[in-house]
Write a protein that binds this ligand. Structure first.
Ligand code: ATP
Length: 373
């Protein structure tokens, strides 16, 4: 096989795309490290497909440049770029066998060692036994793997995947996520994957760019984005966050004290926005699964130093592995709690007085001048 694990980073510099007076992508600066599995994640209409299509050359940027390594490819047509795309629709040729579908790109280029290369590709996607079938004789997941093999056989430096798992049912989606991750690790080339599914992005990607309204809101490793969201959008697009409006009482040392509804909450200074100072406003964030819940009578047993909020359960839903509670609190916010079902506190239904407590380390601060929804 040709080694395309070299070739350099994908770099978008000052990329915008406007359609008439509408701007779909706003001045994007983005570097996709060579050999990484990179996800563009966002809700429908945020500009992720447009961004991918500009990397492919299928869409011309209104401003900015696209580079692969040291090479500016902005003006190259799609077929001259060392990039291939896998679409959600698979786009397989229905009248050709799986073998011929995968061989297609090689035959068009007049490559001689077709048999060996197609064999290797079908083995890579674990479809060696299906070579003589037609696409309609395969499951959706198998067809998707054929589409990946057909794209990879051209030895692209970058494989672009546009919602490739969107047509699959949930179970198959989960299997294919792991399968694509395995293939990417094996071939070692850069994958840029577009999805609106946060779990999918977090499962597969080394780096995730969360897009909103044509801009990248935050970029990072999945765990870092989850633990340290920097905007309310990211805090709520990746999982759920409780965001409590608070006033900063002290911000002197390594710790910030913030007061909400007569309760003082503690959080690490390093997890707060720059410029957090006493007298200012802050959104104090905590994930529902970081919060422990106990009957109000057990308040004294809560270890010192934990953030503690009292409240009343207004709703509880048993969902097997955990119970989800909604707790009305004087902190001015209905707080969501996901409690593991360990057999404790099973009687805490609506109306129960409870105490919520969590480690200050699991608390983050966001700029309060943001839309909280
Ligand atoms: P989805 O997940 O629904 O595909 P997306 O995040 O990939 O969404 P894009 O397809 O990139 O979004 O579209 C971004 C915005 O640009 C949308 O509001 C869309 O309507 C608009 N748009 C895309 N292509 C065109 C076009 N050819 N002409 C006008 N507007 C367009």
């Amino acid at each position: 096989m040709t080694d395309n694990t070299a070739g350099g980073d994908v770099r978008l510099a000052g990329i915008s795309k406007t359609y008439g007076s509408f701007t779909a992508v706003h001045h994007l600066d983005l570097t996709v490290p060579q050999g990484s599995f990179f996800a563009l994640l966002g809700a429908s209409g945020c500009g992720k497909t447009t961004t991918l299509r500009m990397i492919a050359g299928l869409e011309e940027p209104s401003t900015g440049t696209v580079s692969l390594g040291a090479r500016d490819v902005t003006d190259l047509p799609p077929h001259k770029r060392p990039v291939n795309t896998v679409f959600q629709s698979y786009a397989l040729f229905p009248h050709l066998s799986i073998y011929e579908n995968v061989a297609f790109g090689l035959r068009r280029r007049g490559v001689s060692s077709v048999k060996k290369q197609v064999g290797e590709m079908l083995d890579l996607v674990q479809l060696g036994d299906f070579a003589q079938r037609r696409p309609h004789q395969l499951s959706g997941g198998q067809q998707q793997r054929v589409a990946v093999a057909r794209a990879l056989i051209n030895h692209p430096q970058v494989l672009l995947l546009d919602e490739p798992l969107g047509a699959l049912d949930l179970k198959l989606r989960r299997q294919m996520q792991l399968e694509l991750k395995r293939i990417q690790t094996e071939v070692g080339i850069t994958f840029v994957h577009v999805t609106h599914d946060q779990e999918e992005a977090m499962t597969m990607a080394d780096t995730v760019a969360v897009m909103n309204g044509g801009r990248v809101e935050q970029l990072g490793a999945p765990a870092d984005l989850y633990e340290n969201p920097q905007t309310t959008f990211v805090a709520n697009f990746l999982g759920t966050s409780n965001l409590i409006e608070a006033e900063v009482a002290a911000a002197g040392g390594d710790e910030v004290l913030a007061s909400a509804g007569g309760t003082t909450l503690r959080l690490p200074r390093r997890r707060c926005p720059e410029g957090t100072r006493a007298g200012g406003r802050l959104l104090v964030g905590v994930r529902p699964e970081k919060i422990s819940l106990a009957p109000a009578g057990e308040q004294d047993a809560v270890a010192a130093g934990r953030n503690t909020v009292t409240g009343r359960v207004v709703d509880s839903s048993f969902i097997g592995v955990s119970t989800q509670y909604l707790v009305e609190s004087p902190a001015g916010k209905a707080i969501e709690v996901y409690a593991q079902n360990t057999g404790q506190h099973t009687g805490l239904g609506p109306g129960a007085e409870v105490v919520l407590h969590w480690d200050p380390e699991h608390t983050f601060g966001l700029d309060a001048a943001q839309d909280i929804t």
